[in-house]
Design a protein around this ligand. Structure first.
Ligand code: SF4
Length: 390
């Protein structure tokens, strides 16, 4: 396949929490060729079947570069596999690549951004609890990227989108829910309930979930999802024990682990349900322990955890700034599952950003009443002059 073709333009509809339609969650907004479309004013299929999207699909088939996809092109130019390759095109390596819109996957952040956790590295427009905590420590403006605290479409606008999707439901193969925390979003349940049963049985439902909630209004989520073809759960999980509790504050670690066991038991009984993976977000607070984390979840749950996702924003939390990065590069080098981590570790460090991260973690610690240095005992500010020479 040529150097710009991406199946995402043929089978994926994505909108972010800022209401922007983009080719996928990796696509840049500032160079996007579809920036005129947003979920406040346009329905998903109006955007997806628009002349602008047709033009992008035609140019992709000719191998021309597309505005917004620079991240993938840059990753590939550095010799690594991009989301275009490992996420969207991989499924078609042994079959025909789509050349027309088909078998659509919906990933729409239109159901709200309510979340019960304040993960220390989360983009605040993906979690109301995170946004609230950042406001309380006086750092919301720095991290908010200009997005409002609580993002909820008006009832009428949401209704329009729901109507459009139901009208085109025969084109939909997969519905992907992401946060906020999807299992806490009432509109996600009402949307699922509107889908006629004869279509439910052909649709895959997938979730990015924090794994803290498996019930809604006294009903198990499995009961609500049983009529769909299959449901898979990708659980966010960045560490274990006390370190997990700090990173994903205020998670109840025991209840999270109980939920993993429940999901495993349910999927054993009913193959319609499965945990697709545990997915860690890699940052300065877990980059030292990735092998230990992998071992823990293998031993306790026999589940694989993936380390592809590395925090880039806020930049101060990126692993490139870790003062002992040379040792970490040595620890992980030669391991293909650590490619993304190694790629980030090899970027130039910025000691000022590391010190900003320490300031931020101290503020969070004071606010939460938990000192992060109880668990990361040697994380201190660095001398700017000495580290700048590394
Ligand atoms: S090329 Fe990359 S950025 Fe563009 S749509 Fe595909 S995965 Fe997204």
């Amino acid at each position: 396949m040529n150097k710009s073709y991406c199946a995402a333009a043929f089978n994926h509809i994505y909108s972010d929490s800022n209401s922007r339609y983009k080719l996928c969650c990796h696509a840049f907004a500032h160079t996007s060729e579809v920036s005129m479309y947003n979920s406040n004013e346009h329905s998903p299929f109006e955007y997806f079947l628009s002349p602008e999207m047709e033009n992008i699909r035609d140019r992709m088939l000719e191998g021309q570069p597309i505005g917004g996809c620079e991240k993938c092109y840059d990753i590939e130019a550095s010799g690594y596999r991009s989301p275009r390759q490992y996420r969207y095109n991989r499924h078609f390596e042994n079959s025909e690549y789509p050349t027309e819109p088909c078998e659509v996957e919906l990933k729409l952040r239109i159901f709200g951004n309510h979340c019960n956790l304040s993960c220390y590295m989360c983009i605040p427009y993906n979690s109301t609890t995170r946004a609230k905590e950042l406001k309380e420590i006086g750092m919301y403006d720095q991290y908010s990227l200009g997005v409002d605290y609580e993002v909820l479409l008006s009832k009428d606008k949401f209704q329009n989108i729901e109507d459009d999707v139901i009208k085109n439901i025969h084109l939909v193969k997969t519905i992907h829910f992401t946060g906020g925390e999807p299992f806490l979003l009432p509109r996600h349940y009402s949307f699922l309930e509107r889908i006629p049963d004869e279509h439910k049985e052909h649709i895959f439902v997938t979730y990015d979930t924090n794994g803290t909630v498996l019930e809604y209004k006294g009903k198990s989520v499995f009961e609500l999802l049983r009529k769909f073809k299959r449901t898979s759960f990708c659980l966010s999980c960045d560490h274990y024990g006390d370190k997990l509790a700090f990173i994903r504050h205020p998670i109840d670690v025991k209840s999270f682990e109980d939920n993993i066991r429940t999901l495993q038991q349910v999927s054993k009984r009913d193959p319609k349900f499965k945990i697709s993976e545990l997915r860690a977000t890699i940052s300065i607070l877990n980059v030292e322990d990735l092998y230990e984390i992998r071992e823990y979840y293998k031993k306790e749950f026999n589940i694989k955890i993936f380390f592809n996702n590395v925090v880039n924003s806020p930049r101060s939390l990126n692993v490139k700034n870790h003062p002992r990065k040379e040792q970490l590069i040595e620890k992980y080098s030669g391991d293909p599952s650590m490619n993304s981590v190694l790629k980030n570790l090899s970027k130039p460090s910025n000691p000022k950003e590391w010190n900003d991260a320490m300031d931020y973690l101290e503020k969070l610690s004071n606010h939460r009443g938990i000192n992060f240095r109880d668990y990361w005992t040697d994380y201190q500010k660095v001398e700017l002059i000495s580290l700048a020479n590394i």
